[in-house]
Design a protein around this ligand. Sequence first.
Ligand code: FO1
Length: 327
Amino acid sequence: MRRVVILAGGVGGSRFTLGVREALRRGDEDFALTVIANTGDDLWLSGVRLQPDVDSLLYALAGQNDTVRGWGRAGDTERVNAELQAWGAGWPWFTLGDLDLGTHLARTGWLREGATVSDVVARLNTRWDLGARILPMTDAEVDTRVHLQDGGDLHFQEWWTRHRAALVPTRFENPGIDRARPAEGVLDALAAATDILIAPSNPVVSLGPILAVPGIADALRAADAPVVGVSPIIDGSVVRGMADVCLPTIGVETAADAVARHYAARSAAGILDAWLLAEEDVALAPAVAAAGIDAHVIPLWMSDLDASAALGAAALAVSDEQGRPGV
Ligand code: FO1
């Protein structure tokens, strides 16, 4: 049994996860796919708890996602949202689709009844045949705050969806994360994994919170499985999102080799055994290798499911080359 674990954020993480699932389905091995999802994007709005990255993964794996917008449910309507806006509730720039609100209401109800975040995500996993299991990174509420030059701070979702990352950040913070614990099943999944893949998600606000949960980075370092990362930067640009604003804030250049050095080679400080760079970044491969990380140049554009599956297959092949346990 191949036990693959992916660490992922929302939109980029979902595409990559679909590609890995497709590659596994096309292969001839039994597999179990686990996705450890960022919950730093989570927020309370109009009395309901939103989990954008969990939901992006859930809807994508279920084939229920809006592939044009990249978030929310396909074919959703916005009647309740219009009512919320008329009442002046919620955020005027933020859309809650009707079907999507069903998920938020269900989640909030379960939380109010005493369920943990792990319990809630376990229930979300059961409605559709996902071919994967989503785990939240932690049960703790550690929503990402963005600190600005003027001394103020705001929720990541407001910074991104209202201001489109135009306000210059000075730092990102997940208050309380140093006291958070990995969610149920996270450490066991990493310990039992045959392959660990780092999705091409935002290294700062998606992977950053996951790796900041005490115990997760150590579990990666201690894992038998190879850890293979995929660059979210192609030719000096982000594929989607705002990593090009986030990376300089933590002193990392928006470049495929710089992100690899940020994750660093597996050691006391780092987590990576191998790194996949785009063909456009072939010139950066020696710099990655010089950092002690095995560099592989591969087409990274996930333009459709076949391209995503090819990337997923390449990541799994690199993991095989690294010597995954049991092979
Ligand atoms: N992104 C937007 O740009 N505008 C929105 O109105 C919006 C609503 C929304 C509602 C639920 C949800 O799960 C995600 C939503 N997103 C929206 C996406 C989200 O803000 C981000 O793209 C991710 O959190 C970043 O990974």
